[in-house]
Design a protein around this ligand. Sequence first.
Ligand SMILES: Nc1ncnc2c1ncn2[C@@H]1O[C@H](COP(=O)(O)OP(=O)(O)OP(=O)(O)O)[C@@H](O)[C@H]1O
Ligand SMILES: [Mg+2]
Length: 270
Amino acid sequence: MKTALVRNNSAVVGAAMNTKSSLPASSDESPVSLDAGVGVFEARQLTKTYHMGEVDVSALRGIDLDLFEGEFSVLLGPSGSGKSTLLNILGGLDIPSSGTIRFQDKYLTDYTDDQLTQYRRQHVGFVFQFYNLIPSLTASENVALVTEISTNPMKPREALEMVGLSHRLDHFPSQMSGGEQQRVAIARAIAKRPDVLLCDEPTGALDFETGVLVLEVIERINQELGTTTAVITHNAGISAMADRVISIADGRIAHLHVNETKSRPRDLSW
Ligand SMILES: Nc1ncnc2c1ncn2[C@@H]1O[C@H](COP(=O)(O)OP(=O)(O)OP(=O)(O)O)[C@@H](O)[C@H]1O
Ligand SMILES: [Mg+2]
């Protein structure tokens, strides 16, 4: 397997983002060669077993997966298939029972708890289904919570402008719609300029129109900041906006598919 990577090279990043043919073709073979693009994540033989009293739950049963720099991937699969478990492990919120994950040139699976905390803080933006904003803080203050502990953050106003909320800086979560709250959550996730944006059902609590607005914001972040983006969804319709669709079933990768052409969020239906 080839592991030579070119990092922080914007030309290569651009190529990986914009040249669809540079991404791995639809394949039943996994892992995919890193020649296909600049590898950000390389997961090998990941398993996760939760021990519930006397019962073992196998959430992941041997995942081999590469994610590429600047790529927009959708993780699709039925409830309980292991999508959140996989995303949480990639984001350093959880650890696998076995297997390895390389992020850039380091192995997350070798990290101590403190190193994982630093990894999350510096490199990962998370967006969840239910926003997780702090109710007693304004939009701007919610974003500032993250920017205050980051090394090269945007200003909260700048992050909120990117998600189209410059007119809601001083609103509390209870004074905003669900879609606005989710866009604050996205602003909070991207304000640290993360390398990766991991979204777990970001439109799961939203109506279709609002969901489209949120997906447009995520697409814009991916394109303008070049942030490697992975979005979990149940909705097969959303997969048409991805560079690559990763289908998960029963803790395994069931299928990988590259979209030759991507749909705009506004043209999706679900
Ligand atoms: N903390 C945990 N403790 C025990 N079992 C867990 C835990 N987290 C997940 N599981 C189990 O692992 C399996 C995969 O869960 P996971 O949350 O990854 O699925 P999912 O694909 O995200 O599902 P959904 O679409 O419903 O969110 C499920 O059977 C779930 O019950
Ligand atoms: Mg889930």
